[in-house]
Write a protein that binds this ligand. Sequence first.
Ligand SMILES: Nc1ncnc2c1ncn2[C@@H]1O[C@H](COP(=O)(O)OP(=O)(O)O)[C@@H](O)[C@H]1O
Ligand SMILES: [Mg+2]
Length: 447
Amino acid sequence: MAIEIKEIQKFERIGAHSHIKGLGLDENLRALDVADGLVGQKKAREAAGVIVRMIKSGKMAGKGILIAGPPGTGKTAIAVAISKELGKDIPFVQVSASEFYSAEMKKTEALIQAMRKAIGVRIKERRFVLEGEVVGLDYNMVPNPYNPTQKIPESATLTLATKDEKRTFTVSGRLALQFLYQGIEVGDVIMIDKETGRIVKLGKSERAKKYDIGEETVEVPSGRIEKEKEFTYVVTLHDLDEANARRRGGLFSLFEPVSKEIDSEVREAVDEQVKRWVEEGRAELIPGVLFIDETHLMDIELFAFMNRAMESEMAPIIILASNRGFAKIRGTDIVSPHGIPLDLLDRLLIITTEPYSREEIKKIIEIRADESKIKLSEEALEMLTDLGEKNSLRYAVQLLAPAYELAKLRNSDKIEVEDVKKASELFVDVSQSSSYLKKWEEKMLAQ
Ligand SMILES: Nc1ncnc2c1ncn2[C@@H]1O[C@H](COP(=O)(O)OP(=O)(O)O)[C@@H](O)[C@H]1O
Ligand SMILES: [Mg+2]
C-alpha cells in the first residue's frame, strides 16, 4: 500500500483559546487555582485529568465524554486543554457539529472521515539505505536532448564515507538530477533510500563545518555505508483511506482535491491491512480524540451512526460539548437530556462546567489580555469584568481586540474605560442583537 509520509495535523481553532497550555493540574491531578492559562472550574479540570490518564493507558476505547454547561463556561477551553495534555503523538481532531452538514458529502461520510482522522497508525518500516558523508561528487554533464543550450547530468560519480568505510558509486542521471536540485555537495551527510532513490540531506558534516556556518551540523555516521534502518512514522486511518482510494484510481485523480466520499470497500481494505500490520508487529494503533463541539446540532441519523461506529475496534474517543439542558433530538420530536439519544448517553462519562465568579472572570480577561499583549487600566479591567458578569464571558473576551484598536486611535497602547465603553456601544452581544431584531420583526408585522 502506498503511504504518503505526513505529520499528524492537530486541527485546532486556537484563536480564542491560545492562552491555554494544559489542564493546570499537580502530580496528584489536583487543579491549581490558576495554571497553564486556566482559572477555576476545578472539578471539571480534575475530571478531565483523569480522562487524559485513561486515554493514555488505553482505557477509554468505545467510551465517550460529554462536557455539559452553560455558554461561556469553558467547555471548549477544557477540550483544548485535554488536547494539549495528550501531546503531539496522539491525534486530536476538533470539529463543530455544523461542519457535518455540507454540500460536498453526506453528513455520515463527513462524520466517519472526522472519526478516522482521529486514529493514528504508527508504522515501523525497515529499509535498506546508503548513509554517509559526501566526500566526492562529479557530474557527467551532457547537452539536454530537448534543449541543447542546457546541460543535464547523464550520470554522476558519488563517493560516500563513514568513519569506518569509503565507497564510490555510479548513480543514474535521474538520481544525479536530484542531487543537483537539492544542492547536495561535498561535506553533506546524506541518506539514500535504496529502493525509491529518495535522498535526504541530514546536515553538514562536523568535519566540513569550518567552511560553512549557519547550517546544522551532524556527526559523520560510523559503521557500514549500506545498512538496514528502522523508520517510524504516524499517519491517520483517513490518510491511508485517501492514499488507497487514490491508488485504486477510480475515485480520485491526482489533481483533484481529495475532499470526496470514500468507498466503504476502500475503508474495509485499509482496516484489514492495518490489522495485518498490527499482527505482524509492523504497526501500532493510536486511538486519538474526536472533539465535536456544538453537539446539539447533530441529528438522530448522525447520533445513530456514531453510536454504531463507536462499537468498532478502530474507533476514536469521542468528546462532546453541549449547552442544552433538555432538548429535542434534532430530526425527531423526542425530548432528551442535552438533546442526545439515551443509548448514546449511556456510554458517556459526563463532566459539568459551572458559571464563573466575578474574580474568575476578571482573572480570565487578564490572562487573555496578557496573551494578546494588550495593556489595560485597572478601571477598564473592572468594566470588562462587569460586562463579563452581566452579558457573557465570551463577550467580554471578544471586546478586548476592538477596545485595543480604539486605544490605538487615541495614540495610546493601554485600554482605558472610555475604550471599553465605546467598544461595547459599537459591538453588542448576541442577546442584545437578537432582541433588537425581534423588536424590529414585531414592528414590521404590526404594519
Ligand atoms: N477556566 C478558564 N480559564 C481560562 N480561560 C477560560 C476558562 N474558561 C473559558 N475561558 C476562555 O473564555 C472564553 C469562552 O470560553 P469557551 O471555552 O468558549 O466557553 P464554552 O465553550 O463553554 O461556550 C474562551 O476564550 C476561553 O478560552
Ligand atoms: Mg464552546
